[in-house]
Write a protein that binds this ligand. Structure first.
Ligand code: CTP
Length: 402
């Protein structure tokens, strides 16, 4: 596959595998990619800026404060003009900086200032790789949308044998090509709802719930990775917008429904939001004041629209696949089957949200896929894995529906 017209920003951090990055530059240039390169201070101890410049065909960038051509903002344009950022080798240190949001040199600043997909090729000693800190950092970066290739297992430069060896150049090139090639869902439009809704009581108070949006956002990200054009309708969450996805931010269930209907037509709708079932019938226009010795106010609630059921009953505008979640604390499968029928959707991911399962806010999800043909248990999986697996099922389901 040609990479002509693709601009790939290669960040080379300080690891012995940096020598392989020189070959990576050659292979990517042979495929036509434009390849600005950044060397960290550590990277420049392993390979020279001169070799990087000679192979990439442009000066290697090293110093945050030498990029003065646009008033010190070149780190923004370097990362913004790229189609993809590749970090190879991605050291434990650089990934820790990324996870923490540090920006104390050019590479970390570019990575923080970027709105583009990032592919990490980790490379380090076995113990560093296995360390819970490294694994937690990587999981966090993946949950924010970072792509990963490798590491492989084998002889390490430190003399030990095991995981931690940077992926081979051919594998990294294949991962880059995979990223740019049309995915199985290319041309498919998808809509995902995610997060909680907040229903106002007055201008400062609301009724909400504990949904973090992690699962819905992971599904939006996974759909986009497979080439779908995704509209993510998100309630108030504290996690980042997934890259490559159109995110529409809403607060209430009514706004979420309006945004969902505005996103039609789509081929697939995944309703992962924890929509409040009720809203306050008449939210107060001003902050409700406490009256000394007075009785506490009562809230009169009314039903919110059911977004999933509305999409499933949208007649000619109905998405071909309508998928919901069933958040349950007991009788998981019975409730899920009942919801599948009641809401008229095609599949339900039944989700154990009992306190013991730790689903709300956590990274793992205990899921069963409930469809007309029966129940498939999918446990235990991370929310990213649930998303990837669901997206595979969506691809198969849409092929059937086409
Ligand atoms: N859902 C929705 N709109 C609502 C309520 C729920 O789109 N107003 C969707 C959720 O996104 C989820 C599915 O319906 O995909 C089931 O949500 P859940 O909270 O489990 O069920 P409820 O319909 O709220 O029923 P109950 O609270 O009785 O379990």
């Amino acid at each position: 596959m040609t990479l002509a017209g693709r601009r790939i920003l290669l960040i080379i951090a300080g690891g012995i595998a940096a020598y392989k990055s020189l070959d990576l530059i050659r292979r990517l240039r042979e495929k036509g990619a434009e390849l600005p390169c950044v060397l960290t201070a550590g990277g420049a101890r392993f390979i020279t800026p001169l070799s990087v410049a000679a192979l990439s065909g442009q000066p290697a960038h090293e110093d945050l404060f030498s990029l003065t051509d646009d008033f010190g903002m070149a780190h923004i344009s370097l990362s913004r003009q790229a189609d993809l950022l590749v970090v190879a080798p991605a050291t434990a240190d650089l990934m820790a900086k990324m996870a923490a949001g540090l920006a104390d040199d050019l590479a970390s600043t570019l990575l923080l200032a970027s709105d583009k997909p990032i592919l990490l090729a980790p490379s380090m000693n076995l113990m560093m790789w296995r360390h819970p800190a490294t694994q937690a950092n990587l999981q966090l970066l993946r949950s924010r949308g970072a792509l990963q290739v490798g590491p492989g297992a084998g002889d390490l430069a430190c003399g030990e044998v095991g995981d931690g060896r940077m992926a081979e150049v051919a594998e990294i090139v294949a991962a880059i090509e995979g990223h740019f090639s049309a995915g199985p869902l290319s041309g498919v439009r998808a809509l995902v709802t995610s997060g909680p809704t907040f229903e106002p009581i007055d201008p400062v108070r609301f009724i909400g719930n504990r949904s973090s949006g992690k699962q819905g956002h992971a599904i939006a990200r996974a759909l986009a990775r497979q080439g779908a054009a995704v509209t993510l309708i998100s309630g108030p969450v504290s996690i980042a917008d997934p890259p490559g996805v159109t995110t529409v931010k809403v607060e209430t269930a009514a706004q979420m429904l309006d945004a969902a209907l505005a996103a039609l037509p789509v081929e697939v709708a995944v309703c992962a939001a924890a929509v409040a079932d009720w809203r306050v019938a008449r939210p107060a226009a001003e902050k409700t004041k406490k009256v000394a010795g007075g009785t506490p106010p009562s809230l009169v609630l009314e039903a919110n629209p059911d977004i999933l059921a509305t999409l499933a009953a949208a007649g000619p505008r109905r998405p071909r696949l309508v998928i919901g979640f069933a958040a349950e604390t007991e009788q998981l499968l019975d409730h899920a089957r009942a919801k599948l029928a009641r809401k008229g959707c095609d599949l339900i991911l039944a989700n154990d949200v009992s306190a013991a399962a730790g689903t709300f806010g956590g990274d793992a999800n205990t899921v069963h896929l409930v469809g007309p043909d029966g129940v498939e248990p999918w446990l235990p999986l991370s929310k990213d894995e649930v998303a990837d697996r669901l997206v595979q099922r969506i691809a198969v389901g849409l092929r059937g529906a086409r």
